[in-house]
Design a protein around this ligand. Structure first.
Ligand code: B1M
Length: 225
């Protein structure tokens, strides 16, 4: 894929131009470009540029919302392409996913969910602004293997801990692995709140989910009957 196309994708996000973002995504699919390559090399760098400009006061909330709309338009084209990859795979595990309470950022979480689905996981996405207890209720209902919690704000990442606590209170903690992620989240934070793992991006989230499933299988194998 020519760098020009990636920079046009990046610019469509900065400009908050959903039609252009969508057209470029369709062209990429038609050209046989891997959807993840378009996302990671084209659109996500656009989002990062928007975040930087917002932090510097060069962009305002409506601009950031328009950029998010453009990202969604691109994802509407690329998401089904990514999901197609997962249709032939055996079921890898059940994941309950959501963005933590007080936080409405969803793009990264949706991408994580899409890639998990593309790799055989059955994903139930609770959406955004999700309380700890809601994660626990859905995890019980679906006999989930993994609960995945996204947070994009330094003020809401502490609510990831509430999810771990809600699972403990529901008596589910030994059966459910917890993975956390999002821009401000770190491995150290994951350890501090008692989560089982941290992933920095969507592909690492897939690798982490697989290793958590292996760990789960090993621990259940040594449980006394
Ligand atoms: Co907001 N926002 N935002 N925002 N926003 C950030 C996060 C910010 C860093 C921008 C900045 O100042 N530079 C800043 C947070 C600062 C901080 O806390 N330190 C910020 C702020 C301040 C705010 C508001 C408070 C602004 C205001 O109202 N004054 C407000 C908060 C609203 C709320 O949630 N209560 C707000 C609102 C918004 C919009 C609604 C306009 C919009 C979101 C729209 C939507 O999602 N539908 C928005 C956006 C778009 C952003 C930026 C620009 C982009 C986020 C994004 O989509 N990135 C963001 C700046 C930035 O991140 N650089 C910013 C692309 C996405 C693919 O990456 O989400 O990081 P990301 O996900 C990655 C990884 O983090 C990881 O994998 C993903 C894919 O690789 N990952 C996981 C994510 N979740 C994971 C879960 C896992 C594993 C990996 O396991 C479960």
């Amino acid at each position: 894929m020519p760098d020009d196309t990636f920079s046009a994708m990046r610019q469509s996000i900065i400009d908050g131009a959903p039609d252009t973002a969508s057209d470029l995504a369709q062209q990429a699919v038609a050209a046989g470009i891997a959807p993840l390559e378009a996302i990671n090399n084209g659109y996500v760098p656009g989002m990062h540029a928007v975040g930087e400009q917002f932090a510097q006061g060069k962009m305002y909330l409506p601009d950031m919302m328009a950029s998010a709309e453009a990202m969604r338009a691109a994802m509407a084209v690329l998401d089904p392409e990514l999901k197609k990859l997962g249709t032939e795979r055996p079921m890898a595990g059940v994941v309950v996913l959501g963005t933590t309470q007080g936080d409405i950022h969803e793009i990264g979480k949706i991408l994580v969910g899409t890639l998990l689905s593309a790799h055989g996981f059955r994903v139930h996405d609770l959406g955004v602004d999700v309380a700890g207890v809601e994660f626990a209720v859905k995890a019980r209902e679906l006999s989930a293997d993994i609960v995945g919690v996204s947070a994009l704000l330094t003020t809401t990442m502490r609510n990831q801990k509430c999810v771990v606590e809600a699972l403990e209170q529901a008596g589910l903690r030994s059966q459910v692995k917890v993975m956390v992620g999002g821009a401000p989240v770190t491995r150290r934070w994951a350890e501090e709140i008692g989560a089982d793992g941290y992933a920095k991006d969507a592909m690492s989230a897939v690798a982490l989910a697989r290793s958590l499933m292996e760990l789960k299988a090993q621990t259940s194998a040594v449980q006394p009957v």
